[in-house]
Design a protein around this ligand. Sequence first.
Ligand code: F0G
Length: 350
Amino acid sequence: MRTSILVRYKDYLPITADTPLFSLGEADTPLVRCKALETEIGCGELYLKLEGCNPTGSFKDRGMVVAIAKAMEAGSKAVMCASTGNTSASAAAYAAYCGLTAVVIVPKGKIALGKLAQAIVYGAKILSVDGNFDQALQMVRGLTEKHPITLVNSLNPHRIDGQKTAAFEIVDVLGEAPDYLFIPVGNAGNITAYWKGFVEYFQATKARSKPKMMGFQAEGAAPIVRGHVVEKPETVASAIRIGNPASWKKAVAARDESGGVIDMVSDAEILAAQRLMASKAGVFGEPASAASVAGLIKLSRKGLDLSKKRAVCIITGTGLKDTDAALKDAQPFIEVPADLAAIEKVLGWA
Ligand code: F0G
């Protein structure tokens, strides 16, 4: 059985004698080195952190286990979040495990079906709002201020504390912080969490350095890059279709304190990176996840010399959640009769 992050990293988490300690199998995710991508991109060492291997298929589970444990400790009976899909799936699963009610608000027609299926099956109360994520989050903030329900978006500091453990794992596995960390940015909680983790490990002398934080938004949903709220965000990467990130200032601080950048990538670059990562590394990440690899490719093409550097890309969620996006421009299959000779012919083996 895996050790819960609530136990493994308890010295860095708000754990008290009354915090319930449990695990759905989150964290301790693989850090996979990919030599083919290193060659392709021109990077000294390149690792993919497979957060899609978490129990609900995204990094949200790290934050959720802490947020739900603290909600239990406080005697809460219900939790609530706004979500582009992954947070709602995670909140629904952990609430189900702990016997809590989960209420989730999602933007109508804008969440990947796999994620919606998760929230349905885990038994969440799902409200589909005629608006975008930013509006949904506004509703949730208002409702959780008025009613005795715990907010489990990343505005909840316990979410950030749980998610920072991924930075600890990277240092624990590599023995040192990487030079660069590439990460998608939506509501900006995760980049905030990683930076917090790297800083805390540095302060605890577990690492001698900190990485440059390289955050990537989608071009149609890039408020931080453009310096203003995007009223109508649009991108194929529905997970990061966010126009007014809650942790905007913290993401900018992570960028500036680390000497990194927050830049943007187009939908075409995201989808190309998703394909490349799948075909060269055998890793199927959802479009938002591919923004990290797309960003790495973009900056390397623009002249960032990574040839002697160690970089980690965070693959935040599994591609299985959003097969529509992956199949949209896929080649049609070759149709064949159930006949050996005919198949040999098609394959050119005849
Ligand atoms: N990647 C995936 C797969 C996500 O689901 C999200 C955010 C991000 C990246 C961006 O992380 O918001 O911390 O900057 N998903 C949220 C959700 C918004 O509701 O599931 P962030």
